[in-house]
Design a protein around this ligand. Structure first.
Ligand code: GLY
Ligand code: MN
Ligand code: MN
Length: 438
């Protein structure tokens, strides 16, 4: 759990940026129905949680810098003994103030009555328009109500700003507490990946490895995964978002596992690829070592002052050179890079920001230029090669192989800090861990 002071610091930082005469309105996520009266497990909206730490649905945070009666107002569900008996604890209005640092708390059912009054005499409204059409409409109605009182001398807002844009820039720079949570999440996932290598055997099903991964994370205290696990044996590894996880793992195939837990609302995102029988074939080893070399080259570019695309460019260069050497591409390196002929086998980018969301928020370009990496940013580095069965003009020995190696990396003032370093990835280390299969 983050400390209350962490959320307070974030609200203060945002309000300082917003300045006087402004207001921010931020609803949390809706509960979503899985089927009939069964809900998906509830997950608050990341932006809302980032500022409040409040875990319940049906809540709206309002920040009003300089408001004499309190700057942080939380609208939430009231306490209700019967509902709490059926569905669990509610903080209620008192809990919102006592445990979440709200200066004022009101019932969520009073939102429409109270919000127009808060908008009066506020020039600038920070609000993430376009995220929730129903809520957009309500904000528009509240503003309309304030404007209708213009002849009574009431001034309404005149500027609307994208709250998400400002918040997402804040979220890109991880605090010490956030890095701590992400390091623990990565450690738990790394340990689980290692356990999968130790437990994998030919004939097991992909879903059994997926289930083992969840088990290991949950036993270590991470109750949720950051995203549905991808467990693809053999040719299935060539489907980038393969989540069916239903096939048996074949002796002689590789298996690709892309899985990560969420801890305290922070994601980890790790991929490892290893031989189902614990021993790389020559062709598998050649491709694997190429991806690993590309990953090392890319990670080495995760340094403050480099730009966002440097790791990708490093990975593409190594992969293309290697594909030419193995005869999987033809021509010169310069031509292959220019024509992007490598994209037949490497069609995705080398990473993304990582944080409360697995594909985390934050701009990748500023004023049309790739963003500079700065200490506190966390990104994934995940090059791969994918050669599906039936690839035309490709020798049989390469077909049905999909490889990705993905780590979570913190930008520091010095060397890249690989948060997920605990899970083996060299050929020797993987084969040494899997001697039980042979
Ligand atoms: N697990 C999703 C990704 O690697 O981007
Ligand atoms: Mn990723
Ligand atoms: Mn991943």
């Amino acid at each position: 759990m983050m400390k209350a002071t962490e959320y307070k610091r974030r609200r203060r930082q945002l309000m300082t940026m917003m300045g006087g005469g402004s207001i921010a309105i931020l609803p949390t996520a809706h509960e979503t129905i899985r089927n009939r009266d069964v809900h998906h497990p509830y997950r608050p909206d990341s932006d809302f949680h980032y500022l409040t730490g409040f875990p319940e649905p049906e809540a709206v945070a309002v920040l009003v810098p300089g408001r004499p009666h309190g700057e942080f107002i939380l609208f939430c569900r009231e306490k209700d003994a019967t509902k709490e008996m059926w569905d669990g604890y509610r903080a209620g209005l008192e809990g919102a103030v006592r445990d979440y640092g709200a200066d004022d708390a009101f019932p969520i059912s009073d939102l429409d009555d109270i919000l127009p009054g808060l908008l009066e005499e506020r020039e600038r409204v920070y609000f993430a328009m376009g995220s929730d059409p129903g809520f957009d409409q309500r904000v528009s109605d509240w503003v309309g109500q304030v404007r209708s009182r213009a002849r009574a001398g009431v001034h309404g807002p005149i500027e609307f700003l994208a709250l998400d844009h400002y918040l997402h820039d804040m979220r890109l720079y991880k605090s010490r507490a956030e890095v701590g949570a992400m390091r623990t999440a990565a450690r738990i996932s790394a340990q689980a990946h290692g356990e999968l290598m130790r437990r994998c055997r030919p004939g097991m099903y992909e879903y059994q490895l997926a289930s083992l991964f969840s088990h290991e994370c949950q036993m270590a205290g991470a109750g949720h995964l950051a995203y549905p696990s991808i467990v693809g044996g053999g040719n299935n590894a060539c489907v980038l978002h393969y989540v069916e996880n239903r096939d048996a793992l074949q002796d002689g195939d590789l298996v690709l596992i892309d899985a990560g837990c969420e801890l305290d609302y922070y994601a980890s995102d790790i991929t490892r690829t290893f031989p189902v029988n614990g021993c790389f074939s020559d062709a598998q080893r050649a491709l694997y070592e190429l991806v690993l070399e590309a990953q090392h080259a890319a990670i080495d570019k995760v340094r403050a002052g480099n730009h966002w695309n440097d790791p990708h460019e490093a990975a593409v260069r190594v992969l293309t050179k290697g594909l030419l050497k193995l005869g999987l591409l033809r021509g010169t390196l310069a031509k292959a890079l220019k024509s992007k002929s490598y994209s037949r086998f490497y069609m995705h980018r080398t990473g993304h920001w990582l944080g409360m969301d697995v594909h985390d928020v934050g701009d990748y370009k500023i004023d049309g230029h790739w963003r500079e990496l700065e200490p506190g940013m966390v990104l994934t580095v995940e090059p791969g090669l994918y050669i599906p069965r039936g690839s035309k003009g490709v020798a049989k020995k390469w077909q049905g192989i999909g490889i990705r190696i993905e780590d979570d990396v913190l930008v520091t003032r010095g060397d890249p800090d690989v948060l997920s370093r605990d899970v083996p990835k060299s050929v020797d280390a993987i084969e040494a861990l899997m001697t039980h299969v042979r």
